[in-house]
Design a protein around this ligand. Structure first.
Ligand code: UDX
Length: 441
């Protein structure tokens, strides 16, 4: 099949390279000339495992263009993989989707427009009407949301839990289903509105689990239970399952924060106050800030204190810092007057992290630090509680925002330990310079 893809971002490139690997001819179009030029030279603009190899392996079946006409020419399918960022109101900004529709040239043969971008429920109906208004009645419309997690997107595409296909015309849905020949998965066929809602509901449910276990963790801290054991015991109930029960400092990334706002807004615009989702979002915001209180508990006022933030990316195995807890933490620490050093193996401080100092290794980042905070559970940090770290730091506090380390081992190595939802080390005497009580965060 000939597949055209609008958008050479993360979703477009993963989708395009995987479809090429399944044997289809793929043309990917983007509006940014530098991006298209770099991709033609085989350079991938982000860190995502397996994508560079797939692009290289399928060079003959993949091309890149700036021209909307070229991508549509003779295409059996046109995938929409453009950004739908939140607007100031929290609604999804669909302007890039509409640009794609506006740019479609007249198409002689039947073509199916496949929506991969995450869009509010009801978008398909509007796009269908927009296509008809443009005289593009021969363009079919199918909602086929992506469920790709960063860092394992190619594996998710090739071995998905399900493929969701919502179509107006059954034949268009059949055609999209056939496009995935070679991918072994359950296919859910439904109407377009339901397909759109499946994506939003799945993400909202995953976020609900995270905020739920984070609140359980907060209660564990007050009652002396250990959330890692609680999650293990809860997750073995087959009705609940073990996934997305890792307590920590909250979710971030390009999808969850934006999609939760979009669903909340969608409900609100439709006349429904989605209370549970509002709480999920609020719990997540507060969860990031609890790290500051833990630092204050041990260090007193943070003015003039040196805190090392280890990990900038919103999760390991990606360089993506969108909505990363590191950004909130760095801003709060700088606002408190702390000195902040940071380390991440792939993500580099951006304009949102002005005022921090980047270091090349965890050891360099913690040198002279009063406290080290594990923000992202990079495997490199498993060995953090070493004699070298203890010697390099000027204090002894490790705040483990991801419960990456074993508290007993960390304490045995001479550190004070604060995890999330597990017993914390007793507070030793606060620094002598302490004059005023620490403000509450
Ligand atoms: C997510 C969904 O998994 C994917 O299906 C959707 O298409 C896009 O959003 P992604 O954002 O790449 O993918 O990351 P994911 O691995 O799902 O993690 C999201 C966030 O939740 C991260 O910040 C992670 O640290 C956090 N998380 C995840 C937890 O705090 N606890 C958990 O148990 C799981």
């Amino acid at each position: 099949m000939k597949v055209g893809i609008f958008g050479a971002g993360w979703v477009g490139l993963v989708t395009g390279s995987c479809l090429a690997d399944l044997g289809h001819d793929v043309v990917i179009r983007d509006v940014v000339p530098e991006k298209v030029a770099a991709l033609r030279e085989g350079k991938v603009p982000f860190h995502e495992e397996d994508v560079p190899e797939l692009l290289e392996r399928n060079r003959d079946r993949l091309s890149f263009t700036l021209d909307a006409g070229e991508v549509a020419d003779g295409a059996d399918f046109l995938f929409v993989c453009v950004d739908t960022p939140p607007t100031h109101s929290g609604d999804a900004d669909l302007s890039r989707v509409w640009t794609v529709i506006d740019e479609l040239p007249p198409l002689e043969e039947r073509t199916v427009l496949v929506m991969k971008s995450t869009v509010p429920v009801g978008t398909g109906e509007k796009v269908r009407a927009g296509l008809d208004a443009r005289g593009l009645g021969n363009v079919g419309y199918v909602s086929n949301p992506e469920f790709l997690a960063e860092g394992r997107a190619v594996a998710d595409f090739m071995n998905p839990d399900r493929i969701v296909i919502g179509a107006y015309e059954a034949a268009d849905g059949d055609a999209v289903e056939a496009l995935y020949d070679g991918v072994d998965s359950t296919v859910v066929r439904c109407d377009v509105n339901s397909a759109e809602m499946i994506k939003l509901a799945a993400n909202a449910f995953l976020m609900t689990r995270i905020s739920f276990i984070n609140e359980i963790a907060n209660v564990c801290e007050l009652t002396g239970a250990d959330v890692t054991k609680v999650a293990e015991g809860v997750g073995l109930d087959h009705r609940l399952g073990p996934h997305f029960l890792r307590a920590g400092i909250g979710y971030g990334g390009s999808c969850f924060p934006k999609d939760s706002l979009a669903l909340k807004q969608l409900a609100s615009n439709s006349g429904y106050h989605f209370q549970l989702l509002s709480a999920v979002i609020e719990v997540n915001e507060l969860q990031k800030r609890r790290v500051i209180a833990k630092l204050q508990k041990h260090l007193g006022r943070l003015r003039g204190k040196h805190v090392a933030l280890l990990g900038l990316a919103f999760k390991p195995h990606t360089d993506d810092m969108r909505e990363a807890p590191s950004i909130v933490l760095a801003s709060r620490l700088l606002a408190e007057g702390a000195e902040v050093t940071v380390w991440d193996p792939v993500a580099k401080p951006n304009e949102l992290l002005k005022g921090v100092t980047a270091r090349e290794s965890p050891l360099e980042a913690v040198r002279g630090a009063d406290a080290a905070v594990i923000v992202t559970e990079w495997p490199e940090l498993r060995e953090l509680a070493s004699p070298e770290t203890l010697e390099a730091m000027s204090g002894t506090l490790i705040v483990d925002g991801r419960n990456l380390l074993d508290p007993d081992e960390v304490r045995a190595a001479g550190f004070a330990y604060e995890g999330v939802g597990r017993s914390s080390s007793p507070v030793t005497a606060l620094p002598a310079s302490e004059e005023e009580p620490a403000p509450t965060t």
